[in-house]
Write a protein that binds this ligand. Structure first.
Ligand SMILES: [Zn+2]
Length: 581
């Protein structure tokens, strides 16, 4: 194990309080930091006890916090928000950062429009008793070169005096210092010039910040989660840039990057170590009835459920040495491939895949192959990460232990991808039901331009989503299949209501999000030869990471998608001529 960074960072909030206590300012002070609400409030009270007036706000999502901490929303009938537009950012960047405000204002009417102010939201509030007030809500940000040398508008700390003309100045906060130190350590380290650079790069961060749940679906505001997401992708982009690969793509194999962000009471701290994989044990635990599983299954139960399905075994070995298992269940009908766990932090797919496959196995006409967890190393990593942060999205578990996306792996040997290739070869399936998920709540990168680079469409959840990917020539069959599956899924009123709630909010905060809604199900169509089968249906459930009824609803929709698609595909196969492959 090699340590490439070991850094304690004084907590900026404490340093500011000490500074103000030791030299009390003549004017009240405003500051914006990366701290949770209770910590900022405690600091304000400590200063107030010494006669110092200070307002310490959140540098992250300042408009949402303005409404949470400074406005009595229940008294309002109308809210008008002007949001800033900055040349160095997506035009909707600050409208998106205001998410999910539209869902948090009760029965007040809310509208958004761009303004021409510099990093300031202008807010007009009208109360039920007819009083109008206006407010300027500052969103401190700074343009700097990012980790790949491109200018980026990033959230930052700030301090200014109140009551005098003072634009204030940047206050480089602990959150920023930790992030930039990690990037610098990766850039300064001498990596061997071959892929993968390492088995595992662990980034252990202690961050004294607790999450705040919001009263809308699975939304919460989490600085720890934002740190995980931004570090994970930024470090990979740095390494990919170093390798000469295109930043952000799945193809490069840097190794496994694992940000491990823990809640702390003490000062922030970061330790980065390069480790060998060592053991490859798997998390064990009790099994639950699969139809009503209320949390991600343990890998042991997944293997037990798979073994209940009759058929020829499929097996590959992962990068870390774990078994990737599947089954080929031969039958008279047209074959389909059911796979899940390509991205292992998307955990409703394996449950849905197995539930559907067990139902199909009872039908003598069915013909399918199944690989329920393709990325077993990522699945184990997710199991470990949810112990500390059970509700976070944990993209560290998305890729294989090589750090690549197994669907697009190019260099041989292919490791876990061999299971998918064997399933396709054995079954000759032309339809691939490829079950996925995405964050159940907002996904951000506050140090790197806010939106998740390359994944902007998935920033804000928009319900259970279907994508049809067809090889050229298969578009008509793909369209029929997509329409039929969406129509059948929409028979579930709960699912349509859930989707509608999320779509309504996303339309207000991300008006240009490019998707179509069919029967209440958001859909996308792609024509490409990128995927292995000529017809691929990708599901996207809002399952990172959810539990209880929300999790059950996700795997129910996954299960139903597979069963409806198989039914529709059988009918299509009987009545149409498929193109030659
Ligand atoms: Zn996925």
């Amino acid at each position: 194990m090699t340590t490439i960074l070991n850094l304690d960072v004084p907590r900026t909030l404490d340093a500011l309080v000490s500074l103000l206590l030791s030299s009390p300012p003549s004017q009240p002070v405003e500051a914006w930091l990366f701290d949770d609400g209770p910590s900022r409030k405690a600091a304000e009270e400590k200063l107030a006890a010494a006669g110092i007036k200070a307002r310490i706000r959140s540098a992250y999502k300042p408009l949402v916090y303005f409404f949470l901490e400074e406005v009595d929303v229940s008294s309002l009938t109308r809210i008008e928000v002007g949001y800033p537009v900055h040349a160095a950012a997506d035009p909707h960047r600050f409208l998106i950062e205001a998410y999910p405000l539209a869902a948090l204002v009760g029965d007040a009417e809310i509208s958004f429009r761009p303004n021409d102010l510099d990093l300031v939201y202008d807010v007009t509030l009208v109360t039920k008793s007819g009083e109008t007030s206006t407010h300027a809500v500052f969103a401190p940000n700074i343009v700097e070169d990012d980790h790949v040398g491109a200018p980026v508008l990033r959230c930052c700390g700030w301090r200014r005096a109140v009551g005098i003309a003072d634009a204030g100045q940047r206050l480089k906060a602990d959150f920023e210092i930790l992030f930039l130190a990690a990037i610098n350590a990766v850039k300064q380290h001498h990596w061997e010039r071959q892929q993968p650079y390492f088995d595992r790069l662990r980034i252990a961060v202690d961050l004294p910040a607790n999450d705040r749940d919001l009263d809308f679906c699975s939304e919460s505001i989490s600085l720890r989660e934002a740190m995980h997401e931004d570090l994970f992708f930024a470090v990979r982009e740095c390494l990919n840039a170093e390798m000469g690969a295109m930043a952000g793509r799945g193809g490069a194999r840097p190794g496994q990057v694992v940000p491990d962000i823990r809640a702390a009471k003490a000062d922030p701290r970061i330790v980065m170590t390069v480790e060998n994989f060592g053991e490859h044990s798997e998390t064990t635990g009790p099994e639950s009835a699969i139809e009503t599983a209320s949390r991600p299954l343990k890998i042991g139960q997944i293997r037990n459920e798979l073994s209940k399905i009759e058929g020829e075994p499929i097996k590959a070995i992962s990068r870390e040495g774990r078994e990737v298992l599947g089954r080929y269940h031969k039958g008279p009908g047209p074959a389909v491939l059911i796979s899940s766990g390509q991205h292992a932090n998307e955990t409703s797919g394996p449950v849905g895949a197995l539930r559907a496959a067990q139902a199909l196995a009872a039908d003598p006409n069915s013909h399918f192959a199944i690989v329920p967890v393709e990325n077993v190393d990522g699945y184990e990593l997710h199991q470990r990460l949810i112990v500390e942060n059970p509700f976070h999205m944990h993209h560290a578990a998305r890729y294989t232990a090589f750090g690549d996306d197994l669907s697009f792996t190019v260099p041989a040997p292919a490791y876990e991808r061999d299971a998918r290739m064997a399933a396709l070869a054995l079954s000759s399936a032309k339809l691939h039901l490829n079950l996925h998920g995405y964050p159940s709540h907002e996904w951000t990168r506050p140090m790197s331009g806010y939106l998740p680079r390359g994944f902007e469409l998935w920033t804000i959840p928009k319900g259970f989503f279907l994508i049809i990917c067809t090889h050229p020539g298969w578009e008509t069959i793909g369209e029929t299949l997509l329409d039929e599956v969406a129509r059948r899924l929409a028979e579930d009123k709960n699912l349509v209501d859930f989707n509608a709630k999320q779509i309504e909010c996303v339309r207000l905060h991300m008006p240009n999000a490019p998707f179509e809604v069919r029967y209440g199900i958001p859909v996308l169509k792609q024509v490409s030869s990128l995927y292995q089968a000529p017809l691929t249906i990708i599901t996207e459930a809002t399952d990172e990471t959810v539990y209880d009824q929300t999790f059950i609803d996700c795997h129910e929709a996954q299960t139903r998608t597979v069963l409806f698609a198989v039914e529709a595909y059988r009918r299509l196969a009987e009545n149409s001529d498929f193109p030659a492959v």
